[in-house]
Design a protein around this ligand. Sequence first.
Ligand code: ATP
Ligand code: MG
Length: 565
Amino acid sequence: MRWSKFFIPTLREDPSEAEVISHKLLLRAGMIRKLASGIYNFLPLGFRALKKIENIVRQEMDSAGALEILMPLVQPAELWQETGRWNDYGKELLRFKDRKDHDFCLGPTHEEVVTDIVRRDVKSYKDLPLILYQIAVKFRDEIRPRFGIMRAREFIMKDAYSFDADWDGLDKSYQLMYETYQKIFSNCGLKFKAVEAHTGAIGGDVSHEFMVLAETGEDVLAFCEKCGYASNIELTPAVSGEKYSFESEKPLEKVYTPGVRTAQEVAEFLGLPVSKITKTLIYILNEEEAVAVCVRGDHEVNEVKLEKLFSGKSFRMANEEEVRKIVGASPGFIGPKNLKIKVIADKALEGYPNFVIGANEDDYHYINANLGSTFKPDLVADIRKATEGDLCPKCGEPLQFTRGIEVGHIFKLGTKYSESMKATFLDKDGKMKPFIMGCYGIGVSRVLAATIEQNHDENGIIFPWQIAPFQIAVLYLKEDFKENAEKVYKRLSQRWDVILDDRAERPGVKFKDLDLIGIPVQVIFGKNYEKNRKIEVKIRKTGERKYVSPEELENFINRFENEKD
Ligand code: ATP
Ligand code: MG
């Protein structure tokens, strides 16, 4: 490809609308443009990278024996009513009517549609297992679309669905997809981790997320270097490594704490560590019942654990006015003693001596509170996020933490969809049975953003070789070298994706642009070519420069391709 014939509208400045680095760089490199909130155009360079990711995904899915199909984005309400998700799925499901007043939605995921395909035409155990997949547009009317294509409303997903005759079959399909995902993300040149995960709105019992490791990730992962345990922190059981010292209970005492509200402020005011303060939060369940939740000041409530305790009821934090109405005091002064509502205390408060709680009266706290003697919670449970110092729930070694971006998610669904949609097959024993299902998603467009979050520097993107829109750029700094540069460009193009920077621009502009768009190898006909016919080869990732003769060039790049990791 010749740059002069291509379309890469690079930007010099950081666009003000972008908060995260991948969004900034995708815009600056001329790869995407925004059409509306959470809705993006992919320009030629961005589209090339996206296609590379798609092709890696397609190749591994195909070699796992999955069959590619294409399902419609627009889906009739009737299918969603069969599973109950027409009502249960939140506002992310964009519902609308056609001109005949029939209800439709834009597919945020395709369990209903694929189950419908299979129930119509797959009749016997002999046709199983079956894995169907597509790479297509999804629409989710996300409440806060942000970070560009990382959390978009319209995005590209690879979604796959497995159908098995029995649970052993599902285990095998799941394992096959797990391994396929490992290959896909390695082939994309990414550093990633598979972690145990929460199943959310999709449902099912077992699931794993695939996380691209990046400081800027929205998710926190806990993992154990010793035994290999890894989970999304939403799910990690909190196993404290702290031994509470024996300290006898001191008498409870009410203290005046004017205007000090947060755990940090109370700790400073009383001259105590923040771990000795507790936070009590009020939640509203199903818009009717209030519940108090109490954790240590240095711990954080884990709402996924609460969701499990509240067994599917909707819940939200009470607002200030509601807190005042329920407790009679302002948030910041709430505590578990003498509350008229249900109290859930975190396990870490058990045996924890002499801590501070709100007095349920403005400007007052109690010191020397103890679980049991000061208040008796209705329930003591693990409701906090695991944190630094906690132990691996499997082997007891200290846990490590890191941040990640979820790029893939696999689920064992079981019969959730096949039962509600009456999708059955005739089994060996002559009985009709529901299919045992799994589902497997990859956020293809998010992979592109995550790649950049993981691979960039102050000058721009550093594409991994495998998904670089162009792997090699050839440029010449003098018109005299043009002919030879063209020859090399043509020769390299027979094996690799090469762009020839034939623009009439200053060298400085070309170098800046090439660094920005992240091409892994730059082949430069410059000063050294003039001096001694040596071509300069710059490696984007390391900044290394090597000087090779035109005859050596191909071998050099060959070696780079093989040794790049
Ligand atoms: P998240 O927790 O990030 O909202 P999710 O759990 O809703 O994701 P899944 O339903 O598991 O996502 O979808 C499969 C994959 O699709 C995710 O792993 C992610 O990579 C991608 N994905 C989900 N939502 C978006 C989005 N709004 N924009 C881009 N990619 C997305
Ligand atoms: Mg998910």
